[in-house]
Design a protein around this ligand. Structure first.
Ligand code: ENO
Length: 441
C-alpha cells in the first residue's frame, strides 16, 4: 500500500547564503516573504506567490559534504549522514531546520517537496513497510496557532526528500515556529501584479542514464504516483525520447493521485486544485555533453533540475520579470521569422510579442476523440538562466492553452539555446584568460 497524499504544501531549498535567492524571489519573481524562523543554528524564510510556496533554508556554515564535482549514483547518501545532520535537542524538537533535514550536498540545491497528508503516523508506518528511509520520525511542533505533525522520508532520487505534514489542526499563517512577516512583502497584492503565477506546474528531476524506471517504481510503490504521457509520440515503455541532432533526452512523467480523488473513503476538498506533475529526465549517450550532465556533475548527483511556474499570461509575467532583471534563454531570431512563424500565427499569437522575451510555442498534436473542438491546443514556455552560482537549478514559466504535456520543438529550442550559451561562456572564459595572460607579459 502507498502513503496517501492530499496536496503539495511547499518546496524547500537549501542554500549557503539566503540573501541572493531572497532578492531573486522577491525583487525579480515578485514572491512575498511571509514567514521566517531564526535560531542560533538556522534561518528559514517562506516566500509565496499564488499557491506556489518556497521555503528557503540557510545552511549552517559547518555542514555539507564536499563531493568535489564527482557524479554519484541514483541514491548513495547513507541515511546516518542525514541523521547526524538532524540534531535533536533535549526536548526532542529539532534545533536546526524545522520540517526538513539538512542536505548532504554542499551546493545550493532545491531538494524537498513537502506534501500535506491526513495521517502522519499512518504514512510513516506505510513507508516503513515499503522499506523507505525515514529520516525524521513523526514529530509534533506547536505554537499559539495550534499543532502540526510531520515526518521526513528520503526519496530514491539523490538528495530529494519529502516532508509529509498534517496541518489540519493549525490555524497560523504558515507553520508553527515561524513568525509572520507582513512589512517585508512586495506590498503588492497578487491580483495587482503584472502577470500571474498561480502554482507549481511541474518539478523536473535530472537522473543518470537508465535509472528512470527505478524512480517511477519507487514513486508508484510509496506514493501511488501514476504514469502520465507527455506527447503523442511517447512510447509507454520507452518514455518520450528525443535522440539525435545534438539532443539525447528521455522524459517520463508522473502525476500523483490525491486521496480524495483516488476513490479513498475521505475527500479533502470539493474544489479542484491545480495539479503538479513530476518529470524524470535522463540524458542519453552519444549526443555530447548536455545540461543534464552538467547538472549531475555540478550538483554532485541526481535531484531537482528545474521547476515550472504556471502563469495564465506568460507575456505580461515574463515582461515584468525581465524588467526586474530575470535573465531568460532565447532561441535564435529565425525561430520567430521562419521556423515557427506559421505555427505561432495559427495559434492566434503574434510572433513579435513572443520574440520580445524568448517565449517558445508548441502545438499539441494529440487528437482527443472526446474533444472535437480542441484543434488549437498549445503551450508557451520560457526558461530562466541558472538561478544559483552553480548550474544546479533553473525556473520556467509555462502557460498552457489546453496542452497538458510538453512539446518536442520547445525542448529542442531550449536545448540549443543552452548549448549556444555554454559555448559563448566558454569563449568568453578563454578570451578572459588570454587577456589576463597578455596583461602579465
Ligand atoms: O520542458 C520542460 O519543462 C521539461 O521538463 C522537459 C525538459 C527536461 C529537462 C531539460 O533539461 C529540458 C527540458
Amino acid at each position: 500500500m502507498a502513503a496517501c497524499l492530499s496536496r503539495l504544501h511547499h518546496i524547500s531549498l537549501h542554500v549557503s547564503h539566503v540573501g541572493n535567492i531572497a532578492n531573486y524571489l522577491v525583487s525579480k519573481l515578485k514572491f512575498d516573504l511571509f514567514a521566517a524562523r531564526h535560531t542560533d543554528e538556522v534561518r528559514q524564510f517562506a516566500f509565496r506567490r499564488g499557491a506556489a510556496v518556497f521555503l528557503v533554508n540557510e545552511r549552517p556554515p559547518k555542514s555539507g559534504l564536499t563531493l568535489n564535482g564527482e557524479t554519484r549514483d541514483l541514491q548513495d547518501q547513507p541515511t546516518d549522514l542525514y541523521n547526524n545532520l538532524h540534531n535533536n535537542s533535549d526536548n526532542g524538537h529539532p534545533q536546526g531546520c524545522l520540517y526538513d533535514v539538512e542536505t548532504p550536498y554542499s551546493v545550493d540545491t532545491v531538494c524537498n517537496v513537502c506534501f500535506e497528508v491526513q495521517d502522519v503516523e499512518r504514512s510513516f508506518k506505510t513507508l516503513l513497510d515499503q522499506g523507505c528511509d525515514l529520516l525524521v520520525p513523526p514529530t509534533v511542533v506547536q505554537d499559539s496557532g495550534g499543532a502540526v505533525s510531520y515526518t521526513v522520508v528520503k526519496s530514491i532520487v539523490g538528495n530529494v526528500c519529502h516532508t509529509l505534514i498534517d496541518r489540519t489542526k493549525y490555524e497560523g499563517n504558515f507553520l508553527p515556529g515561524f513568525n509572520d512577516i507582513t512589512n517585508l512583502s512586495t506590498g503588492v497584492a497578487d491580483s495587482d501584479k503584472s502577470g500571474t503565477v498561480s502554482h507549481f506546474d511541474h518539478i523536473t528531476y535530472a537522473c543518470p542514464t537508465n535509472t528512470t524506471s527505478q524512480v517511477m517504481q519507487w514513486y508508484d510503490r510509496c506514493f501511488g504516483f501514476k504514469r502520465f504521457l507527455l506527447d503523442s509520440n511517447e512510447d509507454e515503455g520507452e518514455g518520450f525520447v528525443l535522440n539525435g541532432d545534438g539532443i539525447g533526452l528521455r522524459l517520463t512523467a508522473m502525476e500523483y493521485w490525491k486521496c480524495g480523488e483516488a476513490g479513498m473513503k475521505f475527500s479533502f476538498t470539493d474544489k479542484k486544485e491545480p495539479e503538479c506533475k513530476f518529470v524524470v529526465a535522463e540524458s542519453l549517450p552519444g549526443q555530447g555533453s548536455n545540461q543534464l550532465d552538467t547538472f549531475l556533475t555540478q550538483h554532485g548527483g541526481p535531484g531537482i533540475q528545474h521547476i515550472g511556474l504556471y502563469t495564465d499570461d506568460i507575456v505580461s509575467t515574463a515582461h515584468a520579470m525581465a524588467e526586474a532583471g530575470v535573465q531568460f534563454f532565447s532561441p535564435p531570431p529565425a525561430y520567430y521569422t521562419e521556423v515557427k512563424r506559421q505555427e505561432i500565427e495559427a495559434a492566434g499569437q503574434r510572433p513579435e510579442r513572443l520574440a520580445q522575451h524568448g517565449i517558445l510555442l508548441d502545438t499539441d498534436m494529440r487528437h482527443d476523440a472526446r474533444d472535437q473542438t480542441a484543434e488549437n491546443r498549445y503551450l508557451l514556455q520560457l526558461f530562466t538562466k541558472h538561478v544559483f552560482e552553480e548550474e544546479t537549478f533553473f525556473l520556467e514559466l509555462i502557460e498552457r492553452r489546453g496542452a497538458s504535456g510538453f512539446g518536442e520543438g520547445n525542448i529542442r529550442a531550449l536545448w540549443k539555446a543552452v548549448q549556444a550559451n555554454m559555448e559563448k561562456e566558454k569563449e568568453a572564459e578563454a578570451k578572459n584568460s588570454l587577456d589576463a595572460k597578455s596583461g602579465h607579459l
